[in-house]
Design a protein around this ligand. Structure first.
Ligand SMILES: Nc1nc2c(c(=O)[nH]1)N[C@H]1C(S)=C(S)[C@@H](COP(=O)(O)OP(=O)(O)OC[C@H]3O[C@@H](n4cnc5c(=O)[nH]c(N)nc54)[C@H](O)[C@@H]3O)O[C@H]1N2
Ligand SMILES: Nc1nc2c(c(=O)[nH]1)N[C@H]1C(S)=C(S)[C@@H](COP(=O)(O)OP(=O)(O)OC[C@H]3O[C@@H](n4cnc5c(=O)[nH]c(N)nc54)[C@H](O)[C@@H]3O)O[C@H]1N2
Ligand code: SF4
Ligand SMILES: [Mo]
Length: 761
């Protein structure tokens, strides 16, 4: 094999999106037969975990779609042509818009772990249909964090785990779930270095906890008390960075008073942590301001999730670890991600938010423009005139991934029209009126907006490894055809821009800047760029055209950091240089180099971090009541419904054959509990929750905390066996979860805290 047989792309199985080199087979040109880490990737630098080698199970799944489908009245599907599909969908959805208003059509999804370009193009269709409401998986995990990020910092943060003295991992297992670059190496490095301290807060002895210096094995759902105990101890011992707090934060008085009053020992005890460990954690934190924090689903899908995110931000601000070397930094990238200053609403004097947009039927908070996932069925299953009547679902599998699948199926059946855009026949596609088959992420240009690095941030525009599978289209083309079928632009209306683009990027830029004030151009920006600039881009990169707009926007906000990364020019010329660098670099490129201590990053008008969040401060006042969802004799166990393991990747890979471990789908339980319930290794048990039941394979695991059980995420998918009949492997978790178990502020589900019972079979 010659080096030219290896083509750069990225692994699409988790949001680290490690750069890889892939080799496609010679015979068919469609099988990804070998994968290795790409050392030229600016950030992952050759790193991969065990999963990258298996992306061909995604690329060549047996349930890939190869023609648009229309559902018949009897529930079966028939293949239709692309022209029919586009004109019927445009007709149905514009009919709903004209009769009930475009705001009755909900857009869900827009990208998974590896693909966000399609979603970027969808905004023109949304505009053409007058759609207003959006949602995606972030609204079932990150909206609490996003709400706090925008209100407190005006943006999302990155912890410098390469250089920190203390790394704090809360409710996350990076060893399996990655999420940060080179996660396993980072965790091992901090854990091994005697001068550095790795603190892991997790009820389970995870692979990451095994590397930790301090493992805070909290009882599930008690993180807030544990963090309050640590912060309380630091405050009471006068170990907060008061000078820093006074200079750089606002609204800290009430929370400091609350921390001075924390009954530290009582809170530690409630969380199940010995005082000695709380003291050791506090000591490590007090000794430095080089502290990096990472939180994830363990707290974001548990009781008090939003409060936990608030406390985590306090952990690195009250200790002066914000915007310092080896600490926490605001991320600057091509797109704002996970909360930003545009989503800030006014607060009253005591720090309570006013003017937050809410959903049309139930009045649920909309954070980051996203309808809470758990509210979606309630916004449909009603006679309220403002209810949603149609949905477009793109690159997501909500009938599998969102809480309470039964309620979701009921809701989908009530909708007048559902359009699903996916590569495979999913649990959601089965309930669609139209299914549009997308080319895979290795058959088209793709990128994600995930990069959240500091000081250098990167962007990776991936080129296709092969031609689209016959019958499929990349999403940008589908969306453009829909915009055209909806008759948004007259023939020839965009000719001036097309002519300018034909003369080169500079001429296009000048022509475009002359039209930027035109609201119609703005609303349809991705479409306009795709059809004008797109065809002139090298190597068939038309789908990347909207990145031009993002580059121009980024240089207006963050030009200095983009220049510092070596991109030349000023203003629009700098934007063009950045765009060209992205188009040319096959393995990804550094887009910005940010400075530590750069006050321009502090995004609130007063230049300060806002620590007074009235709603959260009120909730802190309730902690002495030690309230948690009630555990009953009927449901004595707590199920972690969706643990990341070495062979889970959401539902991106559907073929169970990709899993290469012994019992990849088993339920883990502490041996002591197993004995109590009469369960044995490799036996079968019935798992029962208030919403459903399932048969599970039992695995004894003494790393599980007593009273807790766990199942992997992304299992129980319908997948055709070799005889063509659908089979299911593992548990379809959201048949067991309930819409009502959710965060009171932003509606995120408590998947890590599902009350359950086990019976031997
Ligand atoms: N292998 C793999 N990697 C993935 C994914 C995948 O499907 N598979 N999915 C990606 C996605 S979309 C996401 S969002 C991330 C999620 O990544 P993680 O958040 O790391 O994933 P989980 O394993 O769901 O949950 C993390 C931990 O929460 C712990 N936990 C349960 N209850 C509590 C609690 O009350 N308190 C605390 N502190 N911890 C608790 C669990 O024991 C578990 O170790 O992973 C990404 N990476
Ligand atoms: N009980 C429980 N439920 C959970 C979780 C849990 O821990 N427990 N985890 C939750 C989390 S954190 C997340 S992020 C969600 C994820 O759930 P979803 O957001 O629904 O996303 P994925 O499972 O990643 O599925 C993505 C879909 O995109 C399709 N796809 C892949 N490539 C392409 C492409 O190029 N184009 C198009 N159009 N489609 C494509 C795949 O076939 C798949 O159907 O699941 C959540 N659900
Ligand atoms: S699954 Fe995530 S960490 Fe593993 S190789 Fe793929 S992108 Fe990298
Ligand atoms: Mo996620």
């Amino acid at each position: 094999m010659t080096p030219s047989d290896w083509k750069p792309t990225a692994c699409n199985l988790c949001y680290a999106n490690c750069g890889i080199l892939a080799r496609v087979d010679e015979e068919t040109g469609r099988v990804i037969e070998k994968v290795k880490g790409d050392k030229s990737h600016p950030v992952s630098k050759g790193y991969t975990c065990n999963k990258a080698a298996r992306i061909n199970y995604y690329q060549n799944g047996r349930d890939r779609l190869n023609a648009p489908l229309r559902r018949r009245d009897d529930g079966t599907f028939e293949k239709i042509s692309w022209d029919t599909a586009i004109s019927e969908i445009a007709g149905k959805l514009s009919g709903i818009r004209d009769e009930h208003g475009g705001d009755k059509i909900l857009y869900y999804g827009g990208g998974g772990q590896g693909n966000h370009l399609g979603g970027a193009h969808a905004s023109a269709v949304n505009a053409a249909l007058g759609m207003r409401y959006h949602s995606n998986a972030l609204a079932q995990e990150k909206t609490g964090l996003m709400w706090m990020n925008s209100r407190m910092l005006g943006g999302n943060w990155h912890g410098d785990f390469h250089h920190c003295d203390v790394g704090i991992i809360i409710g996350k297992n990076p060893w399996q779930s990655n999420g940060m670059q080179r996660a396993r190496i980072n965790m091992r490095d901090i854990g091994k270095d005697p001068a550095r301290t790795l603190i892991v807060m997790d009820p389970r002895v995870t692979e990451t906890a095994e590397l930790a210096d301090i493992h805070l094995a909290v009882k599930p759902g008690t993180d807030v008390w544990c963090i309050m105990a640590i912060l309380g101890l630091l405050t009471q011992k006068d170990q907060l960075d008061l000078e820093w707090i006074e200079a750089h934060t606002a609204g800290y008085e009430r929370v400091l008073e609350q921390l001075r009053a924390v009954p530290v020992e009582r809170y530690a005890e409630f969380a199940g942590i010995e005082m000695a460990l709380i003291e050791r954690a506090a000591e490590a934190i007090a000794a430095t301001n080089r502290i990096a924090v990472y939180e994830d689903l363990g707290i974001e899908m548990s009781p008090y999730s939003t409060l936990c995110s608030y406390l985590n931000i306090l952990l690195f601000t009250l200790t002066g670890a914000f915007d310092v070397d080896g600490g926490m930094h605001l991320v600057n990238g091509l797109t704002p991600f996970l909360g930003n200053v545009d989503d800030v609403r006014p607060s009253d004097e005591r720090g309570y938010e006013t003017g937050r947009p809410v959903t049309p039927v139930t009045g649920a908070r909309i954070v980051g423009g996203l309808v809470p996932c758990n509210s979606i069925p309630e916004e449909i299953l009603t006679d309220h005139p403002a209810r949603f009547r149609a949905m477009i679902v793109e690159s997501a599998n909500p009938l599998h991934s969102l809480a309470d699948a039964k309620r979701f199926r009921e809701a989908f059946e009530k909708l007048d029209c559902v359009v699903v855009i996916d590569v495979a026949m999913t649990e959601t596609a089965e309930y669609a009126n139209y299914v549009l088959p997308a080319s895979s992420q290795y058959e088209k240009y793709e990128a994600t907006f995930f990069p959240m690095e500091f000081p250098e941030n990167f962007f990776h525009l991936r080129r296709p490894l092969m031609e689209p599978m016959p019958g499929t289209l990349p999403e940008p083309e589908m969306h453009a055809r829909l915009v055209e079928a909806l008759g948004v632009f007259e023939d020839g209306e965009l000719d001036p821009l097309k002519d300018a683009a034909a003369q080169g990027l500079d001429a296009f830029t000048n022509a475009f800047l002359g039209m930027i004030g035109d609201p119609k151009i703005q609303r349809n920006l991705p479409y306009v760029l795709y059809r004008t600039l797109g065809p002139t881009l090298p190597n068939g990169a038309a789908a990347a055209a909207p990145l031009w707009g993002l580059c121009q926007r980024a240089v207006m906000i963050n030009g200095e950091a983009i220049s510092a990364a070596g991109h030349e020019g000023q203003g629009p010329a700098l934007g063009n240089a950045l765009f060209k660098a992205i188009l040319e670099s096959e393995s990804g490129v550094i887009v910005s180099r940010n400075k530590v201590g750069d006050a321009t990053q502090w995004r609130h008008a007063d230049g300060k971090v806002q620590l007074g969040i009235g709603e959260m401060n009120d909730e802190i006042d309730t902690l002495p009541e030690f309230r948690l969802p009630e555990r009953t004799d009927e449901y004595p166990l707590l199920l972690c419904a969706g643990e990341r393991r070495s062979y889970t990747a959401n539902t991106v890979i559907r073929d169970p054959a990709w899993m290469k471990s012994n019992n990849p789908t088993s339920l883990t339980i502490n041996p002591v509990d197993a004995k109590e319930y009469g369960l044995t290794e490799a036996g079968t048990a019935r798992l029962i929750t208030k919403r459903g039941e399932a048969l599970v394979l039992v695995e004894l695991d003494d790393r599980m905390q007593a009273g807790t059980i766990s199942l992997p995420n992304g299992q129980g998918l319908n997948y055709p066996g070799h005889d063509g009949e659908n089979e299911r492997t593992g548990v379809y978790l959201n048949e067991l979860t309930d819409l009502d178990d959710r965060d009171p502020w932003v509606g995120t589900p408590w998947h890590k805290h599902v009350r359950a019972r086990l019976e031997a079979v």
